[in-house]
Design a protein around this ligand. Structure first.
Ligand SMILES: *[C@@H]1O[C@H](CO)[C@@H](O)[C@H](O)[C@H]1NC(C)=O
Ligand SMILES: *[C@@H]1O[C@H](CO)[C@@H](O)[C@H](O)[C@H]1NC(C)=O
Length: 468
């Protein structure tokens, strides 16, 4: 009995081993055997395939430096000798605030793109501050046709349903400089005693900086902004170094000499003026918390900069990029689109087609909103609506290999803002294609039929940078 049982067990073991060997061999000759020697799949993107660029989508391209210059020259001629460079303009001057592409109407663009109609006139939109007249206003003017403008059309009412009151205009860099001059030269010396005591005050506050907030008031017609004061620490964000002083500046008057401080906030309490704050400080009525000018030591919010270490991993295109960027147009065998940057509205992409078929006419950023909170007036009031500052206007260059892959294609942006000559933001956009390293779909079959099927997820990306 025992011998028989042993023989049966032995036979079963042999059969089991044989079966296992069979399974192993079978799977080795199947998909598993490919591990060391990948088989080449025929590419579905044969090399040498021509890139399809329709010159039609040029209608969405941002204005070139030549076009911006042509518009500025035309406006200078039309608006007369009273026009002042916005970089120097006082509120009581006329100046051109901005010039950018006036997008064609969708109907005209589609008639051209889809039905062979004539291209819509290429036009610019100029925002002009008319401060030098009895009833100052802000006007939006369409200038065309480019590249040789011959007409100018006021579209303010069309765009806004009525005239644009002058107080609603964005604050020019020049206006910020004048507000700073008022604060540091005229106002802060009134509280020099307190500022010496609390804040290492140097003559006219040269160790301090201001930061703006928005909205600039609580009701229509206001143009009054809370400015916070911070230590100016070189190489550091100022945000972490408030001195506890905030000033409500009314800058609605057209003459900066008539601007006033409406309210003062210092370390938890409100005062009517810096003079009143100083008087109460001298009377010993102000509880001052000393704020060292080296702050918390947190000059860098994270840690001190260190020398870069080993190079980070890099992406590369083994057969070269599978897409092509010409001006503002991107094409790949699957996708084509046109991109641009609205000075105020931000990144926009047009005529997005997949294998020639339009999937979207326009995909664009329109607005970004940041709501703040805190225990000081500047913090508790602040609601930044970035379109008002300008999401294109305040964008910054992309850093190769940090903001976008090293091998991405970088494209500059030309603009005419608060200036009479066009300027260029280098590497404003990047375009790259990326393998996400994750399958969109995959299956490995090991039963009866042996195969592996998978679809790599790749994305074609266009990036631009607006930092908060
Ligand atoms: C704004 O000012 C311009 C320039 O003087 C003028 O042409 C325009 O008619 C004004 N707009 C309104 C609504 O008054
Ligand atoms: C700031 O400066 C003071 C006085 O010089 C010094 O005692 C203190 O350690 C400094 N603090 C930091 C965080 O560097």
């Amino acid at each position: 009995m025992t011998q028989k049982a042993t023989l049966v067990l032995l036979a079963l073991a042999v059969i089991t081993i044989f079966a296992l060997v069979c399974v192993l061999l079978a799977s080795k000759s199947g998909a598993g055997g490919e591990a060391s020697q990948p088989r080449h799949c025929p590419s579905i993107y044969p090399n040498g395939r021509p890139w399809k660029h329709s010159s039609q989508s040029q209608i969405f391209a941002d204005l070139s430096p030549e076009e911006l210059t042509a518009v500025m020259d035309f406006l200078t001629k039309k608006l007369g000798p009273g026009l002042v460079d916005a970089a120097q303009a006082q509120p009581s001057d006329n100046c051109v605030f901005s010039v950018e592409l006036q997008l064609p109407s969708k109907a005209a663009a589609l008639a051209h793109l889809d039905r062979g109609g004539p291209p819509p006139a290429r036009e610019a939109l100029a925002i002009v501050f008319f401060g030098g007249q009895r009833q100052p206003n802000v006007s939006e003017l369409v200038v065309g046709p480019l590249p040789h403008p011959s007409y100018m059309r006021d579209v303010t009412e069309e765009h806004h349903g009525g005239p644009l009151p002058y107080y609603r205009r964005p604050v020019l860099e020049r206006e910020y400089l004048d507000i700073d001059q008022m604060i540091f030269d005229r106002e802060l010396p009134k509280a020099a005693g307190l500022l010496h005591h609390c804040c290492f005050y140097k003559r006219q506050g040269r160790n301090l900086v201001t930061m703006t907030t928005a909205p600039r008031g609580l009701q229509s017609g206001d143009r009054a902004t809370w400015f916070g004061l911070y230590y100016k620490l070189s190489g550091a964000g100022i945000f972490l170094h408030p001195v506890g002083l905030e000033l409500l500046v009314d800058h609605k008057a057209l003459d900066p000499a008539h601007w006033t401080i409406q309210k003062v906030f210092y370390q938890g309490r409100y005062y009517d003026s810096l003079v009143q704050l100083e008087e109460q400080f001298e009377a010993g009525l102000v509880n001052v918390v000393l704020v060292p000018d080296n702050g918390t030591g947190a000059s860098w919010s994270l840690k001190s900069p260190v020398a870069p270490g080993a190079a980070p991993p890099l992406q590369f295109y083994p057969q070269g990029p599978r897409f092509n960027v010409q001006g503002s147009q991107v094409s790949s065998p699957l996708w084509t689109f046109s991109f641009g940057l609205g000075a105020f509205s931000g990144l926009r992409i047009f005529d997005i087609r997949f294998q020639g078929e339009r999937v979207a006419y326009e995909v664009s950023v329109q607005e970004a909103l940041a709501v703040y909170g805190g225990n000081s007036p500047a913090a508790m009031l602040t609601h930044y609506i970035d379109g008002n500052f300008g999401m294109g206007k305040y964008s910054t260059p992309l850093t190769r290999g940090v903001d976008c892959p090293y091998v991405a294609t970088y494209v500059d942006w030309h603009f005419l803002l608060e200036s009479q000559t066009p300027k260029t933001l280098r590497d404003a956009f990047c375009v790259f294609e990326q393998n996400q390293g994750l399958p969109l779909r995959r299956h490995h079959s090991e039963f009866d039929s042996y195969y592996f099927g998978g679809l790599a997820e790749t994305v074609l990306v266009t990036v631009w940078q607006r930092e908060f």
